[in-house]
Design a protein around this ligand. Structure first.
Ligand SMILES: Cc1cc2nc3c(=O)[nH]c(=O)nc-3n(C[C@H](O)[C@H](O)[C@H](O)COP(=O)(O)O)c2cc1C
Length: 191
């Protein structure tokens, strides 16, 4: 079982992105274990806070470092990605030269209620993720149009093609983690 730290960049209880994240979690049962830190509990990035960092910050870094992989599940805001996500990425990238993201196998997905599926927002995100040291999975891309009824409140996917696509994505992400991840036990033994 691999641990995945999951960044859901929406505050909404009815979030289509949280629903997508929870659906992927359900499809990953027995393979991947999802951990969801609350990005909305983080203060705005402030270098001065490192003198006595709040527990939410050290907790975020600890959870990222404990994870075998990261998954970003993001809405699109004005053709980019939400500030709360940038803030979380920045916090865990510091202190300088102590980025918790370094070499972390990472995938990104996103959902909108409309047709665009966060393609523009993810484009912006893809251009910065390597700067954090993340190893980003290129394919398959997930630009998800969350049509009403496509996924029920019980997280059942009602369309066969969509089920096959998301299920295939889970297999690919799991394989990507196996290929690029550092086995924690081996890494600790080697130290
Ligand atoms: C500030 C803001 C900007 C938005 N900009 C876009 C956009 O550029 N493209 C888009 O498809 N949807 C845009 N939307 C609509 C979101 O896709 C929609 O609110 C979606 O439900 C957000 O995801 P969530 O349900 O997971 O919170 C925007 C919404 C907000 C609040």
């Amino acid at each position: 079982m691999k641990n995945v730290v999951v960044l859901v960049a929406s505050p909404s209880p009815k979030s289509v992105n949280r629903k997508l994240a929870n659906t992927l979690e359900k499809l990953s049962e027995g393979k991947l274990k999802f951990d969801y830190p609350d990005l909305f509990a983080l203060p705005y990035y402030d270098d001065h806070l490192w003198a006595n960092p709040p527990a939410v910050i050290t907790d975020l870094k600890r959870r990222v470092e404990a994870a075998d992989a990261a998954l970003i599940v993001t809405p699109e805001y004005n053709r980019s990605f939400p500030g709360v996500l940038k803030n979380a990425l920045d916090w865990a990238s510091r202190p300088y030269a102590q980025s918790s993201w370094m070499d972390k196998p990472t995938a990104l997905v996103g959902a909108t209620p409309g047709a665009t599926g966060t393609a523009a927002g993810q484009g912006h995100l893809r251009s910065v993720l390597p700067v954090y040291g993340m190893l980003v999975m290129g394919q398959p891309e997930v630009y998800f149009n969350m049509k009403p009824g496509l996924i029920t409140d019980e997280l059942e996917i009602t369309d066969e093609t969509t089920f096959a696509f998301l299920n295939g994505w889970v297999q690919k992400f799991s394989a990507f983690i196996e290929r690029h991840g550092v086995d924690k036990a081996e890494a600790i033994a080697a130290e």
